[in-house]
Design a protein around this ligand. Structure first.
Ligand SMILES: Nc1ncnc2c1ncn2[C@@H]1O[C@H](COP(=O)(O)OP(=O)(O)OP(=O)(O)O)[C@@H](O)[C@H]1O
Ligand SMILES: [Mg+2]
Length: 281
């Protein structure tokens, strides 16, 4: 699925009247099958961008095309159908507490199902082997029939990622998929997701606070700040200076400790390896 944004602006639905837009004058294109990471300080508009791309938040200005079609001009049934081909994985996956892991994972298929089929799947998990396989790829197969409220935060996050694997979507929009994972698990989880996306030609847009991880795994990086596009570069071209500008006055979001990280980062114009891992929270 390809994406085109031209001079796009978006306001958060709960924002004050007259508040600055969460996204302003955003123009970019993403081709089918591309993998793009979106980085930037807290409040930059990363989640808002994913919500716009997921057709969950209509732009207040500008043009937004998915596969060369303006989704918000489609009739309701066609828009619903289009949403079935998109998958938005929020940072905290919406996992009902008493639900079994197997049901939560299979819920990845719900957006592509009709109402009756999806209701039935809540009571009778339809494809347990597929759920097992997806969980196994995140080292969680043994939790298949566990209740989600008995999982750790990191395990829940991995259930959310296994759910993404089940989503037969053409566009994965993944919001901070690694925030609760240790560096080794984060790298493994990201590789699993991106390998699966590559196999299926799925377009991926992911927001990440771990800049080292973004640079190591995504060929293209978009830097957002205050709702505006600061840069849109191949990862090899994202220099220490570019990052310093993006995070200027948000240095507290940088941690000068790369020892826990496992991604080797090479900056083209920085002879020494970078000593910064970025986190927002
Ligand atoms: N619940 C809300 N009510 C009102 N305005 C909001 C709300 N959430 C976000 N906004 C506005 O949208 C802007 C962008 O928020 P967004 O959540 O997209 O940022 P972000 O880059 O995802 O931040 P973070 O890194 O903290 O997740 C905020 O600075 C704020 O102005
Ligand atoms: Mg966010």
């Amino acid at each position: 699925m390809n994406i085109q944004l031209s001079a796009l602006a978006a306001h958060h639905p709960a924002s004050r009247h007259g508040a600055a837009p969460a996204l302003a004058n955003l123009s970019l294109g993403i081709a089918t099958g591309e993998h793009v990471a979106v980085i930037g300080p807290s409040g930059a508009g990363k989640t808002t961008m994913l919500q716009v791309l997921a057709c969950a938040l209509p732009p207040s200005q500008g043009e937004f095309l998915l596969n060369n079609t303006p989704p918000w001009s489609l009739p309701a049934a066609a828009l619903r159908q289009l949403r079935g081909t998109l998958f938005l994985a929020p940072q905290v996956p919406p996992l009902p507490p008493r639900q079994r892991v197997v049901t939560s994972v299979l819920a990845g298929r719900l957006p592509a199902m009709g109402l009756l089929q999806s209701l039935r799947s809540l009571f009778y998990p339809a494809d347990i082997p597929a759920a097992y396989d997806a969980l196994d790829r995140f080292d969680l197969a043994e939790k298949l029939f566990e209740r989600v409220d008995r999982l750790s935060g990191g395990e829940r996050q991995r259930v959310g990622l296994a759910r993404t694997l089940l989503a037969p979507a053409k566009l994965w929009l993944i919001d901070e998929p690694l925030s609760a994972l240790d560096p080794a698990r984060a790298r493994q989880a990201l590789e699993t997701l991106l390998d699966a996306a590559r196999d299926r030609q799925t377009t991926v847009v992911a927001t990440l606070h771990q800049v080292d991880m973004a640079l190591a795994h995504f060929p293209r990086i978009i830097g957002l700040r205050d709702g505006a596009l600061m840069f849109d570069l191949p990862s090899q071209a994202v220099s220490r200076e570019v990052l310093a500008k993006l995070y200027d006055q948000y240095e507290h979001e940088l941690r000068g400790d790369v020892s826990g990280g496992d991604a080797e980062v090479n900056y083209p114009d920085s002879p020494a390896p970078v000593q910064a891992v970025m986190h927002c929270r």
